[in-house]
Design a protein around this ligand. Structure first.
Ligand code: ADP
Ligand code: ZN
Length: 709
């Protein structure tokens, strides 16, 4: 069975090998057993249910909450030559009818439905589609402990009992231990096998910057972006206004940026997303709504302008960078103001207790002074034994000092103000400000007024944050966010114990350092070819009205750039080029590559094989003479001539191949297929036309076809 699965992987997806766990999961599902699959974004969850679907009788029902993505997912399957459809509330009755009818005729292998749709139309769907497998995508949505809870998911528990003989596979990219258990329980999974892939994305650097003022943040980001020409990036912001504001700042600095949030109309949103996917837009400032399921493999960096709500969200958002496995950067800006705001949201919304707890965990992550990746992976129940070397703490180990005096100053100020003030007031008093509120309250008369004027206000903020983190202080969220002293804090204040603080790191990145670290993804000529292929891809995407990645992913284009396939066979070896896509797009990409290679050869002055052939040809030598001069085979010379003709360096090939011969070849091509190599044509023509003429005829046919296009 597994060898069949492997064949499908090659045929439909164009991949030679399964990734870790994929084969096991497929086998398990084909054995009709339940599975819970945890894989990071971009890990390759889809094939885990798509391939079994192709090997089973009946239909795989895929339950997915993301209606907006269903069409793309189905389009992606179709371009791989897999029969798929979706059912949701955006379709009218007759469209739905038609799809169900197709299911009934066994014409659909995968049917995507929203949970609501499945539940309302369960009977008709199960009658028409004959479910063979249920796949529950984004399964964490079922858990109220999960970060993206959707009540309609919880109604699906009875499905498992209703279809007791059919395997269920639940998949998610984000699930801590509690959520995992919750998913199995709520879906009534039968003794599910748990498959957990590593969540470590080594190619992502992790960087947290604390206590930077908004204005300075924007300036830092502008510098950062200017150092990274043409690199795609996402900036996540907490509010719609912030998205627009940050985008405007970037735009006015001459940067190709825009914004994306739920307050925009659907068309504008779609346009932004499309432009981003197609690399026409370099940077998007977005709320978390952006990026769900986008398969853009070349996002080179993700910045959190504001603090995320929880670790799951953070992990998922940074996970949108570097899906192609190339080094990518992530930066999280963490400020006191964000915590206050997020605490407010969390305590006012539903599930307050859970959400506050989750917020605390990301706060600890951001404030940590040990390897961040260890903490991140630990959150997802994975242990990293060595420090990662690719986070800001590893790169810049923290040092500590005896901070007792500093802490005492702050605590004493807080105590003397009766634990009735928030952080900003505490800092201003420590710094000796005489602003009106301070005078009105009489705080300028306190002994601690001005006692901390040697420390600037940003550093004070960061020290206060450390104190909060160490449990010396707490924020009274229900009392207007004033600072309170904990029992531990009291011990320090009264000299009963000492405390260490972390030495503050310089916040501004050193110009030179960042320049050195700059990531070079591909060298210049490669980048040029990549651009050429991207344009070819864009033309197809526009023609078929699908996102560009559905034609070929960036990773596949990169693979073409690396492999430089020159024949159909080479092309079929490129990772991500399956048979179906090859038949549709292969030749056009191949032509573009050959064209590019030829052109870049011609650009070179010396040692250029095409150019040398051309020069001899222009001197009047015939192909055999050229071959002798150049010590290459005549066959090669003919292929050079074919190429030079296609490039327009030679005006015609009449002296080498006759018109009737071209017609013969054309006929043969229409029968044996345009994409194939020369051998089948040669054989089809009973070896009556020699190879070199076939090569030349193909050039003539190609050229006249491309001129007609
Ligand atoms: P997920 O749903 O886990 O986020 P996808 O299923 O969309 O991830 O897969 C992410 C990318 O990895 C896709 O472009 C997919 O084609 C590719 N992929 C999946 N399996 C393999 C494999 N075995 N080899 C190479 N690429 C793969
Ligand atoms: Zn580290």
């Amino acid at each position: 069975m597994i060898s069949k699965a492997q064949q499908i992987l090659k045929k439909h997806y164009g991949y030679d090998n399964f990734r870790p766990h994929q084969a096991e999961i497929i086998e398990h599902v084909l054995d009709k057993k339940d599975a819970l699959v945890l894989m990071p974004t971009g890990g390759g969850k889809s094939v885990c249910f798509q391939i079994p679907a192709l090997l089973m009788d009946g239909t795989c029902i895929v339950i997915s909450p993301l209606i907006s993505l269903m069409k793309d997912q189905v389009d992606a399957l179709k371009t791989n030559g897999i029969a798929a459809a979706f059912l949701n509330s955006t379709q009218n009755f007759s469209e739905q009818e038609e799809i169900l009818e197709a299911c009934n005729c066994n014409e659909i292998k995968l049917l995507y439905v929203s949970p609501e749709k499945l539940l309302t139309d369960l009977e008709v769907i199960s009658r028409m589609a004959k479910p063979a497998l249920f796949a529950i995508d984004e399964a964490h949505c079922i858990s109220s402990w999960g970060h993206d809870f959707r009540p309609e998911y919880t109604k699906m528990g009875f499905l498992r009992d209703r279809f007791s003989a059919i395997p269920f596979i639940a998949l998610t990219a984000t699930a801590d231990k509690v959520t995992r258990r919750d998913i199995s329980k709520q879906l009534h999974l039968k003794d599910p096998k748990l498959f957990v892939s590593s969540f470590d994305r080594k190619n992502l650097s992790l960087d947290v910057r604390i206590g930077i003022k908004p204005k300075q943040k924007a300036e830092e980001i502008i510098d950062f972006v200017k150092e990274r020409t043409n690199q795609s990036g996402i900036i996540y912001c907490l509010s719609r206004n912030k998205c627009e504001e940050v985008a405007e700042k970037l735009i006015s600095a001459g940067i190709n940026a825009s914004y994306y949030h739920a307050g925009m109309n659907a068309d504008d949103r779609a346009k932004t997303q499309e432009d981003f996917i197609n690399d026409e837009l370099q940077i998007v400032c977005a709320t978390i709504a952006f990026g769900m399921g986008i398969d853009k493999s070349n996002v080179r960096w993700v910045i959190h302008f504001n603090m995320p709500k929880n670790m799951e969200g953070y992990y998922q958002e940074i996970g949108r960078a570097g899906r192609d496995g190339l080094p990518s950067e992530t930066i999280l800006y963490y400020s006191y103001a964000d915590i206050i705001l997020l605490n407010k949201f969390a305590s006012e919304g539903g599930q307050a207790e859970i959400n506050l707890e989750k917020l605390k965990r990301i706060q600890h992550y951001a404030e940590a002074d040990s390897c961040r990746r260890k903490i991140l992976l630990n959150y997802f129940s994975e242990t990293l034994y060595e420090n990662c070397g690719n986070c800001d703490v590893c790169k810049n180990p923290r040092k500590h000092f005896d901070g007792t005096t500093i802490v005492q100053k702050a605590l004493s100020a807080i105590a003397r103000m009766g634990e009735k003030e928030g952080a900003q007031m505490v800092i201003d008093v420590l710094r000796g400000s005489r602003r009106i509120e301070i005078l009105e309250a009489g705080y300028e008369k306190l002994k601690t007024h001005g006692a901390g004027s040697d420390i600037n206000s940003m550093d004070w903020q960061r020290y206060l944050m450390q104190m909060l983190n160490m449990g010396v202080l707490e924020i009274a969220y229900d009392e207007n966010f004033v600072l309170k002293i904990t029992p531990v804090g009291k011990d320090i204040l009264f000299g009963k114990r000492n405390i260490e603080l972390t030495i503050l790191q310089a916040i501004l990145p050193k110009e030179k350092a960042t320049r050195e670290k700059r990531i070079k993804t591909v060298v210049a000529p490669e980048e040029e070819l990549f651009d050429v292929l991207r344009k070819v891809r864009r033309d197809f995407a526009m023609e078929e009205n699908v996102p560009a990645y559905i034609i070929f992913s960036d990773a596949t284009l990169q693979a073409m750039v690396m492999d430089k396939p020159k024949t159909a066979k080479d092309m079929l070896h490129v990772s991500g080029v399956g048979e179906h896509k090859f038949a549709k797009y292969g030749q056009t990409f191949l032509d573009a590559i050959l064209d590019f290679l030829g052109e870049s050869y011609l650009k070179k002055k010396k040692g250029d094989t095409y150019r040398e052939t051309l020069l001899f040809y222009q001197e009047g030598l015939n192909p055999d003479e050229i071959a002798a001069e150049r010590k290459i085979s005549s066959q090669t010379v003919y292929s050079h001539l074919a190429y030079l003709y296609q490039r327009g360096n030679i005006s015609n090939l009449d002296e080498f191949v006759s018109w009737p011969e071209v017609e013969e070849v054309k006929k043969a091509m229409s029968i044996v297929g345009k994409m194939v190599a020369m051998k089948p044509i040669f054989e089809y023509l009973n070896e009556s036309i020699p190879y070199h003429k076939i090569r030349l005829a193909m050039a003539v046919i190609e050229k006249s076809a491309s001129e007609k296009r």
